[in-house]
Ligand binder design. Sequence first.
Ligand SMILES: Cc1ncc(COP(=O)(O)O)c(C=O)c1O
Length: 455
Amino acid sequence: MSSSTPESMQRADQRFLDATPRSKALAGRAREHLPNGVSRSGLVFSHYPLFIERAKGQFLYDVDGRAILDFALAFSALPLGHANPKVLEAMRAQLDKGLAYGLMHESEVELAALLHERVPSMERVRFTSSGTEATMFAVRLARAFTGRTRFARMEGSYHGTHDMMCSGMGASAARAQPGTEDNPVSMGVPRWTADEVEFLPFNDLEGCALAIEAHASELAAVITEPLLGAGGAIPPEPGFLEGLREICDRHGIVLIFDEMISMGLSPGGAQQYYGVDADLTATGKSAGSGMPMGVFGGRADIMALCEPEDGQPAVLHTGSFNAHPLAMVAGVAQLEQLTPKEYSYLGELGDYLRQRARDLAARRGVSLCVTGVQHISAFHYTDGPVRNYRDRLRGDADMAWRVGFSLLGQGYHVPGGSRTNLCTEMTQSDIDGFITALETAFEEAGATGRSGPAA
Ligand SMILES: Cc1ncc(COP(=O)(O)O)c(C=O)c1O
């Protein structure tokens, strides 16, 4: 805890320590074998991370036997919740048939067809083992198609961790500040990667047009999340995506949507939800139902470069576990259950959560701006509006962290105290319980009585 931590946080601290002795013991062992005892850079925690034993529906169950309402849902991969029975059934049936073939199998054709049906712009697709690979191959394809090498992305965007996506104001809001565009976010990434990237201001069409037009003849692609997801669950304003589409068309630039998170907005992802098509789409997560996978796809003429039929050189795309059968059958089983009814339920529940959080913040004088759409929301500890990454940086990240830590001790997993995903297993009474815990968290974190009405 930092020196600015309010004394009330001691209560949250003690609650967490009392409730998690087995996690503490395992964390000690983990540190002997894993750097800082964890397996990913983004896993930040106080004291030690929680260790999870199993998960079902909307709950994680930790090794100390506590049920934790899970608003992370494997980073947006599980709109039906954990251990969905039909997904498990499909995977069990596949297990008996072997794990990986290195040749074609029917389920990858089925999932490709389902994706094409739901997102018509994905005329042809290729599968990968992660979302990081999906954005990497999408950018590679755009470069091959246009013969240009530079690309543009939004400030505060996250597209995975391959070298081309690790420069400047990309991966980490905490480490990359405006003005540091030239500094790779990760050590070990060559500085020249930053020269290949142009950063654009989300929700500022004029700013985007200026930056794109200044380099139009060099740009292979504009890549954006339609909804800035990891960058703060910030929805596009009306006309923004349409405007990007138009600018890209005018300059022969490939428009790539990273729908890793936004695929959950509707059956056809953000492209259906906002009515704007991409040339290429990179997605994964909810298209694979909790299994490691990714997919990139789009216009048939661009995708044809993956395997030209006339024997010309191809865009190299390979991978031992591409289209892994378990991920494919899980993806099919998940998508088949996600009908318009499920999306509208998730949208209503999301509206309910956002409204209740805003009401609570207004009643308790907490400076809070809640952004989001459908089942995805983010809490920014600042007066709104939050329309882009620079607005987001005005938020009090320490406050979000303290609120999140208090919530975790109370049995609610809200990564970074900021972002919530919902699943169809959740109910209004889950949200009501969360709001009660949030009120306690506001008090313990010292958030109450700091501002006038919240945005
Ligand atoms: C928008 C976005 N793009 C790409 C990725 C990378 O996906 P993966 O973690 O499967 O490599 C993520 C993961 O969080 C993401 O949110």
